[in-house]
Design a protein around this ligand. Structure first.
Ligand SMILES: Nc1ncnc2c1ncn2[C@@H]1O[C@H](COP(=O)(O)OP(=O)(O)OP(=O)(O)O)[C@@H](O)[C@H]1O
Ligand SMILES: [Mg+2]
Length: 374
């Protein structure tokens, strides 16, 4: 994004994440500063729309050198002067591109709990968005759904509202700064196991919408294998299994891989080792796990990579700002960026690290077969 091309007077079109302000609003740039942008109070058909502090805005600025798009937040407003102040994006994000039509559903799971799945999912999403991909995270952790907390946002609606038919899936997607969209699973994930025919149709329409509008749907699950988690794994295009170098995390990772492969080998499993003290330690763990999986389970798991153990992670959780946004050039952020780039390169069946399985049937088709209606 070229901030220097943003100039006072330029036209802005914007949408909000609020269910009450669903139109396309018009505004103008008033002043630009390093961290903030002052814009005129948005209007619709000539009437001012007094958007509030905390609203998430998807902004398009029409500059002389092209359109600049980003998601931001209203920091404060001056109603008498009809001005809004919004945060300038921390990231120099690549221009938003429409979904490519090759949506990839990726489940993130682990044998042992607390290995860093949620942290990994959020930071992976940030870098995928930075690379210009449209990304949505489905928080499918039954016990400890906490993605919204880690992103200092709150999700009002969830998959439950889609199942009940009170909301469309596009209405339960919450935009957060950094270009990520999230969907809370809530108790809806449990409900998937016993859907009526009408509910089944609604959820399948919802997943089809995601398939058509996003490049990546990242599904953050709880640890261990419940039926819901295995169904997500068997329906997904890829599954990333996270472990740490701790001995019991390694044995639990092996156990979960073994159970998953008992059903079928027609899957794309990838391995990531988190919280590594050194690159050497990560490489050793990858070598051990890929070796035993090859020798005992006759399967080549993709050794996707390692992430260092870093104090920044705990701090970013306390501050509720992901480290990839607050410290994008730190070692841990760079390792996440590399993994996102690698994932983008694995785009086809013939590439190294690419798909084992066929992609003949879509996520939606496979998922709906696994979760048959009552
Ligand atoms: N690379 C890392 N370096 C240091 N600490 C980390 C790293 N990744 C995650 N953590 C820490 O590990 C803890 C668990 O992280 P997180 O909640 O992401 O794990 P999880 O696998 O999603 O857990 P659960 O199984 O409960 O869903 C957090 O306290 C987080 O700060
Ligand atoms: Mg988690």
């Amino acid at each position: 994004m070229d901030r220097s091309s943003i100039k006072p007077g330029q036209l802005i079109s914007l949408t909000t994440n609020s269910a009450f302000y669903k139109n396309l609003y018009e505004s103008r740039v008033i002043a630009v500063d390093k961290d903030m942008l002052c814009i005129s109070m948005p209007s619709y058909k000539g009437l001012f729309v007094p958007l509030n502090v905390g609203f998430i805005l998807n902004i398009k600025i029409f500059t002389d050198s092209g359109t600049i798009e980003f998601t931001t937040e209203v920091l404060y407003r001056n109603v008498t002067e009809r001005k809004l102040y919004v945060r300038m994006p921390i990231h120099e994000s690549a221009p938003a591109v429409p979904a490519t039509g090759n949506c990839r559903f990726i489940t993130i799971t682990s044998g042992k709990g607390g290995v860093g799945k949620t942290t990994f999912t959020i930071n992976l999403a940030i870098w995928l968005a930075h690379l210009g991909r449209k990304v949505v995270i489905l928080d499918a952790d039954l016990g400890m759904a906490n993605i919204d907390v880690l992103l200092k946002t709150s999700t009002r609606y969830s998959i439950v509202d889609v199942i009940d038919g009170t909301k469309g899936i596009n209405e339960v997607i919450t935009q957060t700064p950094g270009g990520i969209s999230i969907i809370a699973g809530g108790s809806g994930i449990q409900k998937l196991a016993s859907l009526s025919a009408a509910e089944y149709n609604r959820i399948s329409a919802g997943f089809s919408y995601l398939e058509n509008h996003y490049d990546f749907v990242l599904i953050d699950t709880g640890a261990g294998l419940s039926t819901n988690v295995t169904n997500f794994i068997y329906a997904s295009d890829e599954t990333i299994i996270l472990t740490t170098p701790e001995p019991h995390a390694i044995t639990d990772a092996y156990s979960i891989i073994k159970v998953i492969l008992e059903q079928t080998h027609d899957l794309n499993l990838r391995l990531v080792v988190n919280k590594c003290e050194s690159p050497g330690e990560g490489a050793e763990v990858i070598k051990r796990i890929t070796g035993v999986v090859r020798n005992f389970l006759n399967y080549s798991i993709d050794p996707m990579g390692c992430i260092p153990d870093s104090k920044l992670v705990g701090r970013s959780i306390r501050e509720q700002v992901p480290f990839s946004l607050s410290n994008p050039s730190s070692e841990v952020s760079r390792s996440m960026k590399e993994l996102a780039e690698k994932l983008c390169r694995f785009s086809g069946q013939d590439e190294a690290g690419g798909f084992h399985g066929s992609r003949i049937s879509s996520f939606v088709g496979k998922f709906m077969k696994l979760f048959q209606a009552r």
